[in-house]
Write a protein of this length. Sequence first.
Length: 154
Amino acid sequence: MKPMFNQELKIVSRTGKLYTSSFPIYRMISDFSFMQKVEIPDDRIKIVASDYDTCTLEIQGGGKFILRIIEREPNSMVKIAVDANSPFEFTMWIQLKELQAYDTRLRITLHATLNPFLKLVLQKHFENFVETMVDRLEKFFSPDRPYYNTNYEA
């Protein structure tokens, strides 16, 4: 049972446009073993380990926590949550909708249950996080990229 003073936080990203089919995007976001290749823009966060289902992050001054992929719908959705040892509840959905061959839309929805202080501290960081993810995926699957390949296999 959640303490009564906890508050729900819901963040929905803008809808991103990726210039490829949903398959290569899904392949990338549904496998945490690719996280070792990701540059995290915040020096206070480090990827300690990752495999197909889990990614262990270490936050300077905040300890370690594990992200786990808890649901996959091929070429459509990936659902991620934190493990039971996290100081807060966190679930994130990455949704894909392929409109046509080279036009896939992406949206990220994040839900967290936090005490009021953590909500105040983390809300801007979470908003920035989901928008940065959309931006980076748009750049990665952009036709302007020098080695853009619509058959990309992560």
